[in-house]
Design a protein around this ligand. Sequence first.
Ligand SMILES: [Zn+2]
Length: 343
Amino acid sequence: MACEPQMDPGGAAGPLPTSSPGWSALQRGSPPGWGQELHNGQVLTVLRVDNTCAPMAFDLGTAEEQLQTWGIQVPADQYRSLAESALLEPQVRRYIIYNSKPMRLAFAVVFYVVIWANIYSTSQMFALGSHWAGVLLVTLAAVSLTLTLMLVFERQQRKANTNTDLRLTAANRALLRHRVLLGVTDTVEGCQSVIQLWFVYFDLEDCVQFLSDHIQDMKTNQESLLRSRLSQLYVVLETGVSPTMAEGPESSEEAPLLPSSPRPQERPLLQTELHQLVPEAEPEEMARQLLAVFGGYYIRLLVTSQLPQGVGTRHTDSPRIPCPCQLIEAQVLGTGCCPFLAR
Ligand SMILES: [Zn+2]
């Protein structure tokens, strides 16, 4: 793949993403101009960039042209910088590479070899010798531990990811009213890490209405449960504070007469604070914020076929695919659910 940004228009007969086994299960859009209506969950377009190229940028202009042919005008000035700054920062790109499938597989192989060697050397201390049965037991133990580790990785993939999904909150908040949700996935082509930015059609007004009613009901009958659930939806922000600001202004006697250049060892202090993702507000406002927060997570699960199946649907046209308000109700606001956010 060349370093130029690429686009895979929804509905075009382009190459299918290899990391998306459930692509065929999605409602892929017909080419614009065929007079068909858009459906909730329909992929409008996918932008792809090579994560190993630097500098890189999504070809958002081309995506906007593609969306216009569907009759969707998105506010470029409101979401462009939000989407790019959310996903293209160096630390986010490194995170995507280190969490890619080949890296996890390589880690699992190293883990297996180390565990096997450790168990084998331990077994020698107990004089089990190198009998084939002993070696078989060691191998079985190492395999089961490695499989457990890989299952943990797999489960982790189904959680909302603060490093990618939740970073799209602000962009999705801007796009929500234009019936578009963004999601991000990554794949590997050859030796290259590729980031995919998905534009998916969703008219969320029915979901907003359902969640508003649900939140209003919880405020009336289960306020403590609602507070408890929402209190777990936060991110930790680190903000820089200058050392002089942190220590307070110097007294006039101690202040130098001449301005001195900043000392190189004076680094800004980092101050951590908790930022509530869904603050207390009117039920409709909280419903929109919940959909913006979980929009990226929902789209990632949708395009990778990781959404729970067979639960029926409320506001999508497919009978098998749950809509965003169902996912939020089941995983965030429900009474029997457990906190699932990966922090
Ligand atoms: Zn819904």
